[in-house]
Design a binder for this molecule. Sequence first.
Ligand SMILES: [Fe+2]
Length: 450
Amino acid sequence: MRHDAQGLVLSTASDAAAAAYDHLVNGYLKYRLDLPQRLKALLEADPEFGLAHCIQGYFTMLAYKQAVVPMAAKSEALARRFTEHATPRERAHVEALAAWIAGDLDRAVELWEHILAAHPRDVIAFRLAHFVNFWLGRPQDMLASVQRVMPAWSSADGKPFGSMLACYCFAQEEAGNLIAAEPAGRRAIEIDPGDLWAAHAVAHVLEMQGRRTEGLQWLAALAPNWEGGNNLQHHLWWHAALYKLEQGDTAAVLDLYDTRYRNQNSPLVIAQPDVYIDVQNAAAMLFRLERLGVDVGDRWGELADKAEGRIGDCLSGFTLPHWIMALTASGRTEAAERMIAGMREFGQGHGTMAPIVRDYAVPISEALVALKAGRATEAVALMRPALGGMYRLGGSHAQQDVLEQIFAEAALQSDSAEDLRLIVERVSGRRQLPPQRSIGWRKAAARANL
Ligand SMILES: [Fe+2]
């Protein structure tokens, strides 16, 4: 038996494995790109360390990609075999991985929270619950989770405490408590300026309050610390582009697109060309730009190519409408229809995501197809029933905004004052910002007489 840096028992007899485990967990907390190497070192130090195999399965599932699920299942089998005599905590992790692989995200979160009730310093259980709750649109659960475990942490814990503060900040922000959120995120950056999640959480606060110049300064000052970070870097640059967009600098938005958040020549994008967060960043920005009449050139094409490769893969519900944006914008209606058929089929299955895809991803995607075909009234009718619950697809307020813009565009094109009023009131209430202060909402707000 060894202990990890948080004082939790590890079922390994290897000092090297215990050290490699801490290195891996720190890498996960800080969004490091070299996680695969850290994991490899851990498994080499102790090939029969069950929790390490379980974490390998978790990391595989974090791709939200159907094609790699069998790899996660292999990790689960090994983890199960090697945790036969491990601690209940480690065995519960294997059950959570199994639930995740089976698509039962509710059960996985339940198991992580169960672990946390006994071991509030289990950062893997905590961060996975935080993350999976986020992609299920459950900010109140994210907040309750972090509030339950925070008493077990203090500034004496150093950088991992910063990671906890970053999660606290983001959960508060997504729950709408911007005043409580910001100081926690800033404190996390004081502890570790290279904490991408803390940089991101504060960026969200600034976005929601329309503090664009401050937001750009915030990210520019922190960017030198991001070397060695993973794809979350792209998302931070996407946030910078979002501020630029609001300042009306669409040339800068496109420049950041090509150099920072969808740079197809970057080794990271070449190695992983269809990561869900990257696709969301790219498609959501191109959609916003086109609504403003900006020529985005041929940028949709490569996204549409990747979309065709992901037909039938519905693990990342929030990404689905983004794939459809790429397909419809590229005129690939038939492929879009095939992707929607795949969603309908997935929606008839079991698991946490099935009804979410059926009730929200499908109608939004159908609305995109109808809107592209010039059937705006139909698009409004298709999407209206999804408005109230589409937060369940996950994603932040800033990201959900693009779904609301789909509806606004359809309502504008169909000249439906009632629907414009509905969506503008909804958005302005949530953002704590007058709609006129957001470039994508000015026209809709004016037409809705708000
Ligand atoms: Fe974000």
